[in-house]
Design a protein around this ligand. Sequence first.
Ligand SMILES: Cc1cc2nc3c(=O)[nH]c(=O)nc-3n(C[C@H](O)[C@H](O)[C@H](O)COP(=O)(O)OP(=O)(O)OC[C@H]3O[C@@H](n4cnc5c(N)ncnc54)[C@H](O)[C@@H]3O)c2cc1C
Length: 456
Amino acid sequence: MKIIIIGAGPGGYETALLAAKRGVEVTLVEAGPVGGTCLNEGCIPTKAFCKNAEVLDGLREAAAFGVTDLSYGFDFKTVVDRKNAVVEQLRGGVEGLLGHKLISLVHGKASFKDEHTVVVDSVEYTADYIIIATGSVSASLPIPGAELPGILTSKEILDIEQIPQRLCVIGGGVIGLEFASIFRSFGSEVTVLEYCKDILPRFDTDLAKRLKQSLGKRGIDIQTQAQVTSISESEGSYTVSFTRKGKEETVVADKVLMAVGRRANLDSMNYEEIGLECTRRGIAVNEKMQTNLPHIYAIGDINGLMMLAHAATFQGIVALDHIMGVENNIDLSVMPAAVFTSPEAASVGMTEDECKEKGIPVKCLKSFFRANGKAVTMGETDGFCKIVTAAEPKDGQDSPYAAGRILGCHLFGPHASDIVQEACAMITNKTTIENFRRIIHTHPTLTEVLQSALFE
Ligand SMILES: Cc1cc2nc3c(=O)[nH]c(=O)nc-3n(C[C@H](O)[C@H](O)[C@H](O)COP(=O)(O)OP(=O)(O)OC[C@H]3O[C@@H](n4cnc5c(N)ncnc54)[C@H](O)[C@@H]3O)c2cc1C
């Protein structure tokens, strides 16, 4: 069997490696550096910046920990160089792995000649199956000024030379908030303009409200229900105009980050020419990631289902297993997600609102990091945890879930991105509160925040 995979991000390269390990011959085509958005301009470089932000925040709080000599300088060039070194190191690792004898890595932009043939620099490649993993691109707003040079995307802000004194972030989603948090720690005055009623529109509303307050306490000005209407530039600074509750307002900034989401990279290949069905969201797929052309699959951001690196990787496993006839019971609906702000936020499973909309009776259990011994020793007590569980249906109600089953977990606080993983395991294994309560947690650890909620 032969497979062509187009795109070497966390969807494409991980699937290529798994296929090769299983003895399948793979042609992997990549137009840019291997690792895709995630490694080169997404997850990894932003988290390298997050580490710098954490170091700086630690220095600012050092006096409370008895450090008396607090003079320090901050060289932003070293921050960017370190970020680049981290990316290069990991990219080298991926390149090494892709040296597998069953993988032919082809550098260049792929296009379809027909539904069985892919062309790269005039060379034709054919295979039994094709997996498209061509990712996504930054979206923008159709407003005057959006195309001004100097309006940054999440890619460009990673390589700016100076920390802006004033940064305006358009969009209070995951990417916008991560950069807002990072640059606040770097010393910028940060304003976030979000169109929706709450930040993080897809997250639990309780979590979003509390995280907004927490980021506000750090000095990040977050304006929700703010509809950005135009951007203008004068002598190197930008005026971002927006309407909020019927009033015209402006923010003046030295840099503007456009972080209004990402869209499937539908322009990168001639998908529709070969009859591939696409929607506004991306290439249409079934639950096995199969397109309307049964030998072609689409995984990761290009199908628009869930724009996360681990979603791309796991969708790749689902697609490959389907191609190879391997039984697979991965539940892609239990998809953890993290926001690497300070403090972090994380979420997995259903939210309380979602359950209410679906008529599922729930009971929510809460706990707070201020009552967690480890968080107090760390001086990081801001945060809460909410566990959504199925409740006993009342008269006339119905529920597809047994009472006590854990359906969702939503939290923010120190290391939330790590803690959520335990809840993810519980939800994947359809665990009940009773069973979760039997699991002994080491003391003192941050994961006890889950236990505290369950014993509420
Ligand atoms: C700033 C930022 C931070 C992020 N942080 C996180 C995070 O912390 N955690 C997380 O889970 N997700 C994060 N993401 C999202 C994550 O990066 C994506 O979900 C993930 O990269 C999608 O993987 P993919 O394989 O589908 O596509 P990509 O990683 O985008 O890879 C697609 C590849 O296809 C190639 N390609 C495109 N067209 C062609 C063509 N015609 N021929 C050949 N090659 C082609 C591209 O060059 C690219 O390398 C972040 C994204 C951004 C922008």
